[in-house]
Design a protein around this ligand. Structure first.
Ligand code: DAT
Ligand code: MG
Length: 152
């Protein structure tokens, strides 16, 4: 099995609803090791870069507002960014998160238990987890400097 790194973000709905510890607990239980963590005040530039593959989607403007905390009244755009390492870390992170659409996410996953779709149609799904190796490498280098990560 491959040792991978994956980016996990606790999004503003997750920090707002005090789900930070629960998410970390689930990731601990999955056997992964946290190798980096920091609170980030998400700039518009970082938000747009993170979600650039979705820039043509109709929900993109709201997605940028959401990840920056603008729906949750935060002045400081807070997201907890974490990097995890371990065997099959990307799939394990996705399994903890559950499906993108909270209505389709299995009960017991973070999104299945705690995600919601707002009346405006915005998915609020608590956390981000990198979806494949290319995304994980790109996203970790976007959110972390090399010296902010523990070396394997
Ligand atoms: P994931 O976060 O599971 O990797 P994604 O990369 O396809 O999903 O989309 C990123 C985020 O965009 C997702 O967490 C929530 C939002 N999103 C995706 N599809 C959406 C949709 N159809 N309507 C509203 N928001 C959506
Ligand atoms: Mg994705």
């Amino acid at each position: 099995m491959a040792v991978e790194q994956t980016l996990i973000l606790i999004k503003p709905d997750g920090t707002h609803r005090k789900l930070t510890g629960l998410v970390i607990d689930r990731l601990d239980a999955s056997g992964l090791d946290m190798v980096g963590a920091k609170m980030v005040s998400v700039s518009e530039k970082l938000a747009r870069e993170h979600y650039k593959a979705l820039s043509e989607k109709p929900f993109f403007p709201n997605l940028i507002k959401y990840i920056r905390g603008e729906f949750h009244g935060f002045k400081d755009h807070r997201v907890l960014a974490m990097a995890y390492r371990g065997e099959n870390a990307i799939a394990k992170g996705r399994a903890v998160a559950g499906a993108t659409n909270p209505e389709h996410a299995s009960p017991g996953t973070i999104r299945g238990s705690f995600g919601r779709i707002t009346t405006a149609g915005q998915f609020e799904n608590v956390l981000h987890a990198s979806s494949d190796e290319a995304d994980a490498v790109r996203e970790i280098s976007l959110w972390f400097k090399p010296d902010e990560l523990l070396k394997g």
